[in-house]
Design a protein around this ligand. Structure first.
Ligand SMILES: Cc1cc2nc3c(=O)[nH]c(=O)nc-3n(C[C@H](O)[C@H](O)[C@H](O)COP(=O)(O)O)c2cc1C
Length: 326
């Protein structure tokens, strides 16, 4: 499959090419669909761990991925949080990046032109402090055919406003997703937090607002303390925990998500082995995100795709989606 495109291509040329690509992709036993999106395989690079797609090109052709999700972008540039931002901890990673990103103007000028020749589905991750930030981002980025879908980050634990302030409240989730739904016809993936009492309530709210798929989940709230100072390591006190130790927690969240909705689910959180990917699919995920793994094993998708293909063949299934539990 080739998805050669540039930001100056006409929408109809892009659509024709995408239709052909989609036909090619549907022939693969690893292909999967997320609403109107067709991916060549179910592996998705998770937002914030794959920069804007360009950084890893020298390591691995981004075309191996079913899709890549770009670093979350906000309307204005954000320097990110002060102090320490990353700490390895208990076999995983604590981060308090604070949505550092160049902002919408620079994203349009410097990043979008780099996306045209990525041979994969490109998902832009949108973030903000108020709901109008999300609608503004969606409306401005609608013109770029190189962006195939939006992921609404309603779940960042590392910013004081927005993020969890929206993502923990079903009423706000439904309203915000509904507003963005009216602002775009691109597929809308809604990324939710695991840091709530009822996963089902937030999932149903995103669905009611018009989401096309649910992304479960962002990082788990954690913390660390510096024994020399007796104070929290991170200036925001709490930080997002990711990587292998969170896998059983994320698997539970994905299972609860799949039980609460008929929408496709993108499962992520701690996935680091073929078995983890298989378990996410068996729990109900249509696609699986890899995040922290990109920092240690950026070439992992190659081996994982081969393993998944073998798994489908061994099971005698026509397509990997036939192995999903629901
Ligand atoms: C350093 C770092 C930065 C992240 N930045 C973002 C981000 O900008 N937007 C977002 O939606 N998720 C972000 N995440 C969360 C990941 O996309 C993913 O949901 C989470 O890390 C769980 O998956 P994992 O355990 O495979 O890493 C970030 C995670 C890490 C480790």
């Amino acid at each position: 499959m080739r998805r050669m495109s540039s930001s100056t291509d006409s929408q109809s040329a892009q659509n024709a090419r995408y239709a052909q690509d989609t036909q090619d992709v549907q022939d693969s036993r690893l292909s999967c669909t997320l609403g109107s999106l067709t991916l060549k395989n179910p592996l998705i690079a998770a937002s914030g761990t794959y920069a804007f797609g360009e950084a890893y090109r020298s390591v691995l052709d981004p075309g191996i991925w079913g899709a890549i999700t770009l670093k979350s972008v906000t309307p204005e540039p954000r320097p990110g949080n002060p102090g320490q931002r990353i700490r390895e901890c208990h076999g995983g990673l604590l981060n308090s990046i604070g949505l550092a990103n160049p902002g919408l103007d620079e994203f349009e000028k410097d990043i979008i032109p780099l996306l045209g020749d990525l041979d994969t589905v490109v998902i832009a991750s949108l973030a903000g402090s108020v709901s109008s930030d999300y609608t503004k981002l969606a409306a401005r980025l609608n013109q770029y055919a190189v962006i195939n879908a939006y992921e609404l980050n309603l779940s960042c634990p590392n910013v004081r406003e927005g993020g969890l302030a929206f993502g923990a409240d079903p009423t706000k989730i439904e309203a915000l997703v509904g507003q963005v739904r009216h602002a775009t016809s691109k597929p809308l993936l809604v990324k939710l937090t695991p840091n709530v009492t009822s996963i089902a309530d937030t999932v149903r709210a995103a669905e009611a607002g018009g989401a096309d798929a649910i992304v479960m989940c962002n990082t788990f709230l954690g913390m660390d303390i510096d024994l020399n100072t007796g104070r929290p390591v991170f200036e925001n006190t709490y930080a997002g925990f990711s990587g292998p130790p969170v896998f059983p927690l994320a698997l539970r969240c994905v299972h609860q998500t799949a039980a609460a909705t008929k929408l496709p689910v993108i499962g992520m959180g701690g996935v680091s082995t073929l078995e983890d990917v298989q378990k996410m699919i068996l729990a109900g995920a249509s696609a699986v995100g890899l995040g922290t793994l990109n920092f240690t094993r950026p070439d992992a998708p190659v081996e994982l795709c081969a393993g998944l293909d073998q798994w489908v063949a061994n099971k005698g299934a026509a397509n990997i989606q036939d192995l999903r539990s629901n």
